[in-house]
Design a protein around this ligand. Sequence first.
Ligand code: NI
Ligand code: MN
Length: 227
Amino acid sequence: MPRHLIWHGHGTFEVVTDTARVMIDPFFTGNPSAIKRADEVNPDVIIVSHGHGDHVGDAIAIAKRRGALLIANHEISLWARDQGASNVHGMHIGGSHTFPWGTVKLTMALHGSMLPDGSNGGNPCGVLLRLPGATLYHACDTGLFGDMALIGEEGIDVAILPIGDNYTMGPDDALRAVRLIKPRVVIPDHFGTWPLIAQDANVWCERVRASTETRPVTLTVGQPWNF
Ligand code: NI
Ligand code: MN
């Protein structure tokens, strides 16, 4: 069963289940909203959504230290192997794979994916995590797209959506995304890390509450949220 979700700031989330600690986009070094260091977290699995530095982040260093399984699109998985990560699983958009702790499906995202060293990071992805007892969708960095309705058809318990604007959906489009996905719970992310993506998450949550059936939840960095 999923136990809890921890927001580490920006787009970085850790799902803790009975059998694994799964971290998406581990960005600690240089993340102004992080309260932990990369050497203080111990995921068993790391999923990287796209090649940008604020998402690849400390993935390679943590994967090497932990021997953690690193999951990413094909291009990023090859790059990660080149960087010395030995336990790597490449996938691609639309594909699912079942691991002992749950099923990962990579979904489309409207964004870029060039890696920090200029390497080709393939296409950016969102992450659908089907865990025993709950299905999570982390949209990661993306603009609004109509096919979010198809993702919603999969039955989303918890959706994590960016609201920061400028690089991703802003509050208005994220609200439209909630209407397309119809998750049970929505959690806003990718805001407030820098002044350029400052947003008032409480105001956004109030709009979600007023105009959808979805329950908005704002997480506090480092505080486990049970679901
Ligand atoms: Ni990005
Ligand atoms: Mn980003």
